[in-house]
Each structure stands twice: as structure tokens, then as C-alpha cells.
Design a protein around this ligand. Sequence first.
Ligand SMILES: Cc1cc2nc3c(=O)[nH]c(=O)nc-3n(C[C@H](O)[C@H](O)[C@H](O)COP(=O)(O)OP(=O)(O)OC[C@H]3O[C@@H](n4cnc5c(N)ncnc54)[C@H](O)[C@@H]3O)c2cc1C
Length: 400
Amino acid sequence: MSDPWARAKPRVVIAGGGIAGLEAALALADLVADRAELALVAPDPEFVYKPLTVEEPFTERPAERRELEPALARIGVQLVRGAVTSVDPDTRTLTLWERSRLPYDLLVVCVGGRVRAAYDGVETFWSNRGDLGVDELIRRAHAALDRGLTLLVPPATSWSLPLYELALLIRRRSDELGLGDLRLRLVTPESAPLIIFGSRASEAVAALLAARRISVEANRLVTQDTSGMLHLPPMGVPLAPDLALTLPVIEGPRIAGLPADPRGFIPADLHGRVEGLKDVYAAGDGTSFPIKQGGLATQQADAAAEHIAARLGAEVEPEPFDPVLRGQLLTGTEPLQMRHSVAGGEDAGTASLDFLWWPPQKVAGRYLSAWLGQPTLTDVEPPSRALDVEISGGTPREAR
Ligand SMILES: Cc1cc2nc3c(=O)[nH]c(=O)nc-3n(C[C@H](O)[C@H](O)[C@H](O)COP(=O)(O)OP(=O)(O)OC[C@H]3O[C@@H](n4cnc5c(N)ncnc54)[C@H](O)[C@@H]3O)c2cc1C
């Protein structure tokens, strides 16, 4: 076997052209463009701004997409079209689409997770389909005996924010349709709404939901019986599946040749190094880090890129992944910005109508936010305070 490090420049291959993959490409292009040959493998020609797909059913406009090839060419990264079907760490070779082979010296696996339905027969929001018939769902639920639509956070979901956004956007749409008396309820295993952002942000979200007439039942794990009926503990009235909306469940990518935890996710350390493999790194939803979120995916990608850069001789002190959650909740009016240090030291978190990071992109990434650019001017105007709750000194209060 030839020594791949004998190449003039080592080849760093990034697998995946989503949020983590793009951040890794941008970071590596910045840190080691002169020391390495950079390539990114992706099955699709476009980057899709997944967090904005929640707006698609309401605006009928597709979420932002960007062609990968020209964007990568500008930063000196080659796009290789393909899906990695297996990794051979001994020969440092990827198999793409089960037919072609691509050698690497260092590999960053950013292939995301795999989604599956959480409940049978329940309307599911798939970010890659854009086929949620919101008006029909609203009308069907409004015609039911209790005029109710239930939004269900499935078990083992670490990133429930899109369901809260859907609830708020559905409320706006039901008002527009003249069906404002639709009863909206969100049922979640979380101990409080979006508690992952800390108690202060959670209180702000709870106040906002209440102001929008969306009730929340927390600490609830919904089960489904063989007839398809949904059951809310302890003894709620069974719920018909066609009166609910949910998110898919995410599982690991299970790529042959890479280690996987019991749910198929790739175990990686705080520098992104994949367990047991010297030259393989991983970042994003496909790793075993429990919170599947874009901003965290970029932080993992940055940690991996820095570690690689240091190995290639760049003057970089590789910082370990130190998760800080930054999230923007689409509310139907002004978005709510939230920030929370997951590793602790900041229990209550922060929630604000003002921007907490810049550019104020929905995914906060060191390189990616700037690459995505500033939102349009209308989006960055100072908040008009039209939101029906305002956060003041950390305590939400009803606006007058
Ligand atoms: C509706 C919704 C709303 C969200 N809102 C937010 C938000 O507001 N803020 C936030 O920070 N996060 C949000 N997230 C989460 C965020 O989108 C994910 O955490 C993030 O996309 C994970 O990045 P990733 O690169 O790991 O995976 P992905 O973005 O899924 O990218 C994976 C990439 O790998 C490619 N790929 C797949 N298999 C292979 C293979 N075998 N070989 C090569 N390439 C492959 C895919 O084509 C894709 O390009 C949201 C998610 C959803 C679904």
C-alpha cells in the first residue's frame, strides 16, 4: 500500500454538504488551504438551508438553496458528487455509491442523521418534502368535535424547536383563515417548553405560547396502540392520529466501516476524532452528541477543523467542542433569539427579541453565518416590539 501522506499535499475529504460539512469546508479553507488538498463529497448539488423549511408550507416559497460547486470552488474546495457507502480506514479509501473509490488522508464525516416516522398515520413534518398541507390540516382539526390540533414532540427528540415554530405559524394561519378558535395544544416529554435553552428562555416561550392560545402539556410521552390511536398519560381521551402533527425521529447514519452507538450514531470526542480511528473525524447530527442542532454541528466542525489544522502544522491551538446553543424561534412575527451554554455555568439562559449574534442567521456558525450572509434589510430592522410578549430583565411580561 502506498503511503498517502507521501502525496505533495495531504488530501482532506469532507463527507456531507449540509451544515456541518459546509462549516468544516469553510474552516479548513481558512486554516489549511495552503497545506492540504480539500474535497467535499455530497450526493446533492445543492446546500439546503434546512432550518428555514418550516416556513415552506406557509409561504409556498422553497427554503434557500445554494449550488455547492461554485460556492466551494471559490474557497478552493473540490466538489465530488457521491454518497459514501463505506469507509475503509486501513487503506484510507471511501466507496461512493457502492462503485467508485476516493482516497483520503484525513476524513471529516458530516453526513447527518436518517429520519423515520415517529407514529403511524400521524401527519409528519419532513424538512425535505415540502408537502405539508397546512390549510387542510387546520380545516380537518377545526371540523373535529373539540376543534383541536395536537402537536406531538416524539420521544428521544433533542431538537423540538421546529414543532414550536409550526405551532406558532399554524396559529397565525388559522387566524388568517378565520378559524382562530382552533384549539392548539403541544404535548412534549420536555419538563417545560424548550427547557433546553434554560429556565428564562423557557418561561419566555411559555408566555408567548399562552399569548397565542397554544396550550402546553409537558412531561408527557405519547404512545400509540395497534389500532393507531394515540394515548396521553395518565388517562387522557385517546387521540385520533389524523388530528395530530409531529416531527420525525432521527437515527444515526450507520456507514459501513465506521463505529456506531446502539442508535447508529458515530462516537466522536471533543475534537471530533472518531473512536478508534486515527484519521477520521465526525461532526453534526450523525455523531453521538445527544443534541442534534445546526449551531452545535458547526461548533463540532470547527473543533475538528482546528485539530486537523494543528496536525497539518498550522499555528492553531485546537479548542475542544464546548457546546453553546444559539437558537432563533420563528414566531410568525418577530423571531425570539435564545442562547444557553449546554455545558453549564449559565443555568437560566438568555432570551431576547434583540439579536444575540451576528449576522443574525438561524444557524449560528463561526464561518457559516457569514457565508449565508446577512438576511435581507427588512429582516435586520430593529425589532418593532410587535411581539405579544416582551422580555425585560429576563422576565417575560405581557406587552400592553
Ligand atoms: C425543520 C428543522 C428546523 C431546524 N431548525 C434549526 C434551527 O433553527 N437552528 C439550528 O441550529 N438547527 C436547526 N435544525 C437542525 C439542523 O438543521 C441540523 O442539526 C443540521 O442540519 C445538522 O447538520 P449536519 O451537517 O450534521 O446534517 P445535514 O444538514 O442533514 O447535512 C447532511 C449532509 O450530508 C449529505 N449526506 C447524507 N448521506 C451522505 C453520504 N452517505 N455521503 C455523503 N454525503 C451524505 C446530505 O445530502 C447532506 O448534505 C433544524 C432541523 C430541522 C429538520
